[in-house]
Design a protein around this ligand. Structure first.
Ligand SMILES: [Zn+2]
Length: 135
């Protein structure tokens, strides 16, 4: 027999080797919530579980629905896309008009058939280049 110290060391070593991870589940039978795998999406599509709340069809949701434009921040209307910038002349006219006491960018946009956001951008800018950069 070895010295008591060695015996203790062997015993301690044996204890340390015991698996401490008993609480961990053996098999994960379901994918974690939140992150959807491709397989899950495909099977959901096949089973028709997931229905679009806009058009009722499967395979997409409101964010991808062709008929749901504007119904979700991720699915904006095409018209919300960037409008054409004002031309240099249009810009100069806005800059002239805005010195008017009664100037209203909304009214100006309406009466000149210009996109309000472009008129606003022109009003905020310091010059035409600045307007183009920051619109
Ligand atoms: Zn849809």
């Amino acid at each position: 027999m070895d010295t008591p110290d060695q015996a203790v060391a062997i015993l301690a070593g044996a204890l340390a080797e015991r698996p401490v991870v008993q609480s961990e589940p053996a098999i994960e039978d379901e994918p974690k919530r939140g992150r959807r795998t491709k397989a899950t999406t495909a099977s959901q599509k096949a089973k028709g579980k997931r229905r679009c709340s806009i058009c009722g069809r499967t395979g997409h949701d409101v964010r991808k629905c062709p008929e749901g434009k504007g119904m979700h921040p991720d699915n904006p209307r095409e018209v919300a896309a960037k409008t054409k910038p004002l031309t240099g002349d249009e810009y100069d006219e806005v800059r002239d008009a805005m010195h008017d006491r009664d100037f209203s960018s909304a009214e100006y946009a309406l009466s000149h058939k210009l996109p309000p956001r472009e008129v606003n951008a022109a009003v905020r800018s310091t010059d035409y280049d600045d307007y183009l950069d920051n619109r």
